[in-house]
Design a protein around this ligand. Structure first.
Ligand code: UT7
Length: 333
């Protein structure tokens, strides 16, 4: 049996309609467009406002668009992987809810939580299933309603996050020169203290007290997270470049997690990449956690060409981080 490579054969995504601007935020908390633009680089983020709608509604729409665009029958999908930190419920998996909503009946599904690295961890997992021959058509979807855990009275976190979903189709290819070529995935649980949600899990189940203490929102110590993110994202991106003999000349694109423009710039600088080779949409969407990477691929799909050398790099809660080197498998329209 010849070796199969995992290739991305389509990408799609969705952003909710409502746009939360820096101007509106500065009426909610003591902040300004100038502070947010210089310290983070975000102008707007999309927010899912409709009551009773959750991450699965965004995820299902992204997957519907993906199946339509790639002309794929839901019956052909044999695995659905949803990366999220904002599942609809503690259980069942949001992947199961998405599958039900789009009519995927012959797949196994599960969620994956690796913070902002969820999509990259998902791509690594999907690659293992494809390479082993255990799955043939995988939907990997990053879906987040970050607004559901964002404290809009906390100026240190509320400008950062946005809602959205992006999905990719992953399939096997006999062409060993295409698809996922190399993977570096790393974690250090010591970082969990700096970025987490305190209550709502089994340690501190929801109670009137946890709600009163605002413990269901994102807790983030920005500076340590920033320092780790800058060093780890850049370290792994450079490591994967070097061990695959890539240089700034033969890399076509860096697809970085969109947490802070300064982190993205620092990573690109360490890789010696000009900004023309860096996918950036943080200014419009903010940090959509597990959805940032597929939303970048969606926005830049038209510019991608078969054989392009792409480095995806990320850092998130856990801490988790990593980089994937892949060769894009088709010409964007
Ligand atoms: O995606 C998962 C991983 N997450 C990340 O990668 C996030 C990493 N961290 C960061 O991006 C940055 O640390 C933040 C954007 C969260 C914060 O930026 P910073 O440059 O580290 O600011 P800081 O926390 O050191 O705060 C500097 C000052 C403080 O005031 P004082 O104490 O110097 O008077 C804050 O109170 O800025 C103040 N501040 C604000 N001022 C205006 C904090 N938030 C705001 C705000 N508007 N929204």
């Amino acid at each position: 049996m010849s070796k199969k490579n995992a290739i991305i054969t389509g990408v799609a995504g969705v952003l909710p309609d409502y746009i939360l601007t820096n101007e509106e935020l500065s009426r909610m908390v003591d902040t300004s467009d100038e502070w947010i633009m210089t310290r983070i680089g975000i102008k707007t983020r999309h927010i899912l406002k409709e009551p009773g709608k959750g991450s699965s509604d965004l995820g299902a729409e992204a997957v519907r668009r993906l199946l339509e665009k790639t002309n794929t029958n839901p019956d052909e999908i044999d695995m659905v992987l949803c990366a999220t930190v904002t599942p609809d419920h503690q259980f069942p998996a949001t992947a199961s809810i998405i599958s039900d909503k789009v009519g995927i009946k012959h797949a196994f599904h599960f969620d994956l939580n690796a913070g902002c690295s969820g999509f990259l961890y998902g791509l690594s997992t999907a690659t293992a299933y494809i390479e082993s021959g255990r799955a043939k058509k995988i939907v990997l979807v990053g879906a987040e309603k970050m607004s559901s855990i964002t404290d809009y009275t906390d100026r240190a976190t509320c400008p950062i996050f946005g809602d959205g979903s992006g999905a990719v189709l992953i399939e096997p290819s006999d062409d060993e020169t295409l698809g996922v070529i190399d993977i570096i995935m790393q974690s250090d649980g010591v970082g969990r203290h700096h970025l987490h949600q305190k209550a709502g899990g089994s340690v501190w189940p929801s109670s009137a007290e946890t709600v009163a203490n605002r413990e269901h929102f994102i807790y983030q110590e920005g500076q340590p997270v920033f320092k780790w993110a800058v060093s780890k994202m850049a370290d792994t991106a450079v490591e994967i470049m070097e061990r695959n003999n890539l240089t700034s000349d033969n890399i076509n694109w860096l697809v970085p997690h969109q947490a802070n423009n300064r982190i993205i710039e620092a990573t690109a600088q360490r890789m010696n990449l000009p900004k023309e080779k860096v996918m950036i949409n943080i200014q419009r969407y903010g940090n959509t956690t597990a959805a940032t990477l597929p939303l970048c691929l969606m926005d830049y799909e038209n510019q991608l060409r078969k054989g392009d050398n792409i480095i995806l790099a990320t850092f998130g809660a856990g801490f988790t981080w990593g980089a994937i080197y892949l060769k894009w498998a088709y010409d964007g329209k």
